[in-house]
Design a protein around this ligand. Structure first.
Ligand code: ADP
Ligand code: MG
Length: 319
């Protein structure tokens, strides 16, 4: 049973980046306006997420680390109407299974500190702190050497965590984020706007256009695209989100570049942050929590909308 739950934990918790993603999503769900993230050793030895959200009562806290408990579905109807990120109720339990997990939280009335080691609750005590939650994850996979061995280098794990943070910076510009790697501040981003966040992440891009709710049939597109003179040699400066979720889909990149047409010099790849909004029944996102795939019921409609949107937006650079 223990082995089974540790394997199951690996489905949700793949690496430090997936831990950071789950914890920050929880902070956002808790209504936080300020989120601070720190990692050490690429997140392999330490991850900390601090928020000023709703916090938890002692009862909530004890439930939070149990598998398949979530505070986010109270009726069957909710399942069809999920607006919050998580609803599986297994992230914290899974993280607790494969690390030394410390949570301190206050709902503004009571404050508690909980410690879990390899899935075993070792301590719950009263403490004092202001409203909000701090989650600390020590020594990820310390109890599964085979998994720990398969974590990548500090540099690669750090890069993956940074990418997760950058996606939150772009999707939630209204939230203040602080991101520290070891003791060094990588991002200190006050609440602001998408263009400000774009400039923070891609300071090298000196010319870009904002797309504000471009509508084409059932698809609505917002975001930012760079002028074709600003590009990378790969597509790492192009990010796509479908209904608020980051997705990987090669055809989205190709549609974007099709929209640029002749204005692109060969093997150059412009920058773009594209938010696609589409009725939920026309799209299947996150078929698996770790695979960021997307399936459109009418792919052509989406890809053509992107190409057209980009083409129309680019006219502004000429004009
Ligand atoms: P899920 O997010 O799918 O509900 P999690 O395991 O990620 O499952 O979290 C379990 C529960 O713990 C959440 O439903 C929520 O009630 C509580 N929780 C987790 N993180 C926080 C947080 N940062 N602030 C307040 N409550 C939290
Ligand atoms: Mg969650």
């Amino acid at each position: 049973e223990e082995v089974v739950s540790k394997i199951a934990a690996g489905e949700v918790v793949a690496n430090p980046a997936s831990v950071v993603k789950e914890l920050v999503e929880n902070s956002i769900d808790a209504g936080a306006s300020n989120i601070e993230v720190q990692i050490k050793d690429g997140g392999k030895s330490y991850i900390k997420v601090v928020d000023n959200g709703s916090g938890m009562s002692k009862e909530d806290l004890l439930l939070a680390v149990q598998r398949y408990t979530t505070s986010k579905i109270s009726s069957l109807e909710d399942i069809y109407n999920i607006t919050s990120y998580g609803f599986r109720g297994e992230a914290l339990a899974s993280i607790g299974e494969v690390s030394r997990l410390v949570i301190t939280t206050s709902d503004g009335i009571e404050s508690h500190k909980l410690e879990m080691v390899g899935g075993k609750l070792v301590k719950v005590a009263e403490t004092f702190r202001e409203k909000g939650t701090t989650v600390e994850v020590h020594d990820l996979f310390f109890n599964i050497p085979a998994r720990r061995k398969f974590l990548s280098s500090e540099k690669i794990e750090r890069r993956m965590v940074t990418e997760v943070i950058e996606r939150f910076l772009l999707t939630k510009p209204e939230i203040r984020f602080l991101f520290k790697v070891d003791e060094e501040i990588v991002y200190n981003a006050p609440a602001s706007s998408l263009p400000d966040r774009f400039k923070l992440i891609f300071p090298e891009v000196k010319s870009f256009e904002v797309i504000d709710n471009y509508v084409n049939s059932s698809v609505s597109i917002s975001g930012i695209i760079s002028s074709p003179q600003f590009f990378r040699k790969n597509r790492s400066g192009q990010l796509f989100f479908v209904n608020g979720r980051f997705v990987l889909d090669n055809l989205l990149h190709l549609s974007l570049e099709r929209g640029y047409g002749e204005s692109l010099v060969e093997s150059t790849h412009p920058y773009a942050v594209i938010f696609i909004n589409i009725p939920p029944n026309e799209v299947d996102v996150n078929i698996h929590p770790q695979k960021l795939q997307v399936k459109f019921s009418e792919p052509r409609v989406v890809y053509d909308a992107i190409a057209r949107c980009v083409r129309d937006t680019l006219r502004k650079f000429e004009g």
